[in-house]
Design a protein around this ligand. Sequence first.
Ligand code: DC
Length: 227
Amino acid sequence: MSHAPSAVPVLTIDGPSGSGKGTISALVAERLGWRLLDSGALYRAVGYAAGMAGLDLSDVEAMTRCAHGTKIQFRPAMDAGETRVVVNGHDATDELRTETAGAAASAIASMPSVREALVALQLGFRKAPGLVADGRDMGTVIFPDAAYKVFLTASAAERAKRRYKQLKEKGLSVTLGGLQREIEARDSRDASRAVAPLKPAEDALLVDTTGMGIDEVVAKVLAVVQP
Ligand code: DC
């Protein structure tokens, strides 16, 4: 049986970096058996492709062309590990995770024409039996009709600590203070931009995850879909 996209249930999980969105979204999607859209990876992939092509990240026209022309594929990992992100045929998963890639993503994400270029791709993830959409504007712009909406937050200090741990585990060299400054700068840019700024949808459930464990947050988010 095929479903009209609008009949497919969507759970949007928006919030700033380090709020736990990525981890929580993946776990909740797995528990529900729904598909997962990591929309941040799309912006990271376009920024990465632009960097590889030696393009100027402040050139709106070049970035828009790049957003239209970049081939982004999500591949489930072989060993039950994380999904790999393949950009123009190259596995860029590790490169996309760095704060440099995050900053590039945040810069190009402020360009309306770049955001517009990625809309159809994102809508295409809405397939039965359901979709968990992780990002900044999932509940406000991309899936405003989503039945379930959550906005995750956490204090900047806690978010920096989580990112620090994540990046250290990946063997990347970072400092906690530097990371907190980068995160705060990126958040303020994401929240103050003119198009699709980072803000909770009016009908989203706000969850402050400061001091909460992963299982506790997952249970709270799952309860939104399965009360
Ligand atoms: O979620 P993330 O850290 O991977 O996102 C990287 C950047 O991409 C983020 O700083 C802002 C941008 N972004 C966006 O503007 N809209 C989204 N839906 C997701 C990410």
